[in-house]
Write a protein that binds this ligand. Structure first.
Ligand code: BGC
Length: 285
């Protein structure tokens, strides 16, 4: 779609304020070169965390994230890795410790869409989406848990031994035709998250998820061509009647990463303007 055909819905939100609830904490965020990962990296840094920015293909985007953090007086570094590759993930967590000494917050966020109807879908499209969106989360969570266990709890930094925040989607509960690989990965993520939370709770490792709805990311805004399409297609699905901003998700991530949410375990926060409220039933049923 040519650029001049894009429509950008207005941003109704004032700039987010991030309270410094993460000072002293070190965070690793995958897919932080754009979209939600970038917004969360900036938000966590503004809340005081030092951040490792992971990217796989978009080096320029990762540099932009780094520059923005540094311009705000924060500390960050960049590491390139494909989260679907075991050795690259291991190398990334080794770098994290070499560079920052510790890991307190892990946000496996990387995800992609390779859309097709099931009868048209290639095995490669199925596999890559499962590899990045689900196996990538497993690989990152496994390394994070290993490091958290080794480190133990340092109460001067956080009550928890470590925090994992998986970035899922409303499509972990809403079926999505034409995107069955994506929905299957996200649905799988929910029970991976809960099973892992059950497994590591006694270590005081917190594992939760955020499921965003339609947020202003490149993935979404590229689909919009006019205010009419925005109203007719996207807003119809959003009872709260605005597109979500990266900061909406970043604020939830900061809260989940902080001790403010210390008793929150094994749950999913839907940041979706009500998209999961079956909006089709408004005035119907
Ligand atoms: C997808 C978006 C989509 C949203 C709601 C997200 O997981 O990445 O492209 O708009 O779900 O359908």
């Amino acid at each position: 779609m040519p650029n001049d055909q894009k429509y950008t819905p207005p941003n109704e939100m004032p700039p987010a304020k991030f309270h410094r609830v993460l000072v002293g904490q070190k965070a690793l965020i995958t897919g932080a070169s754009k979209g939600l990962g970038q917004a969360m990296a900036l938000g966590l840094a503004r809340a005081g965390a030092e951040v490792l920015i992971n990217y796989n293909t978009d080096q320029e985007g990762a540099r932009h994230t780094l520059k923005e953090i540094e311009n705000n007086g924060g500390k960050a570094a960049i590491f390139k890795a494909d989260v679907a590759r075991e050795q690259e993930v291991k190398a990334m967590f080794e770098f994290m410790i070499e560079r920052f000494g510790r890991l307190h917050i892990c946000i496996p966020n990387s995800a992609l869409q390779l859309n097709a109807k099931v009868d048209q879908m290639t095995l490669a499209q199925w596999q890559r989406v499962i590899d990045v969106n689900l196996t990538g989360v497993f690989l990152c969570s496994r390394e994070a848990i290993r490091i958290f266990r080794k480190q133990g709890i340092d109460r001067s930094i956080s009550y928890a031994c470590g925090k994992i925040i998986m970035i899922s989607s409303v499509h972990d509960v809403i079926p999505w035709e034409g995107h069955a690989n994506y929905a299957a990965a996200k649905g799988g993520l929910t029970l991976f998250m809960k099973s892992l939370a059950q497994e590591v709770s006694h270590l005081r490792i917190r594992v939760n998820a955020i499921s965003p709805g339609a947020i202003r990311t490149p993935m979404n805004v590229e689909k919009l061509t006019s205010p009419e399409i925005f109203d007719r297609i996207l807003l119809k699905l959003i009872p709260y009647k605005r597109i979500g901003e990266g900061d909406d998700v970043a604020r939830a991530a900061v809260w989940l990463a902080s001790d403010e949410s210390d008793y929150v375990q094994g749950t999913t926060i839907y940041v979706d303007g009500g998209m999961t409220l079956y909006p089709g039933f408004i005035g119907a049923g």
